[in-house]
Design a protein around this ligand. Structure first.
Ligand SMILES: [Zn+2]
Length: 121
């Protein structure tokens, strides 16, 4: 999608759309898909508590290159796919259908301490 096809003022704020299919990674907490650089530059749009921004180790710990399928979610509140994936409350963006990988115990503990839940399926 070209940038000028999207009216920034009219639509909801959305996560960056991946600019390349190389180095794509999915957040292991919310399934958001972006490139490694995008996670590094702006963190995860849903999981700001993870502070991935400017933290390569955190990006590596919280995202994975092993995921299947991608869903473009532009209106999460109205999408049945969003309800099915339980991501209705997340920002519009590209999401993985299934994510393989496990968060480290440190990150799980950190999420629990911050009252965040993570995918366990
Ligand atoms: Zn996330």
């Amino acid at each position: 999608m070209a940038r000028d096809e999207y009216d920034e003022d009219a639509g909801p704020v959305h996560a960056e759309i991946p600019t390349t299919f190389r180095e794509l990674r999915a957040c292991m907490v919310c399934s958001l898909v972006k490139t490694y650089s995008q996670f590094y530059e702006s963190g995860c749009d849903n999981c700001t508590v993870l502070n991935m921004q400017d933290n390569r180790q955190r990006v590596t710990d919280c995202t994975t290159a092993y995921f299947e399928g991608m869903i473009a979610m532009m209106q999460p509140r109205e999408s049945w796919v969003a309800k099915w994936r339980r991501i209705g409350r997340h920002v519009p963006g590209i999401y993985a259908v299934s994510v393989t990988g496990e968060l480290t115990e440190n990150i799980k503990k950190y999420l629990e301490d911050n009252n965040m839940t993570y995918c366990q399926d």
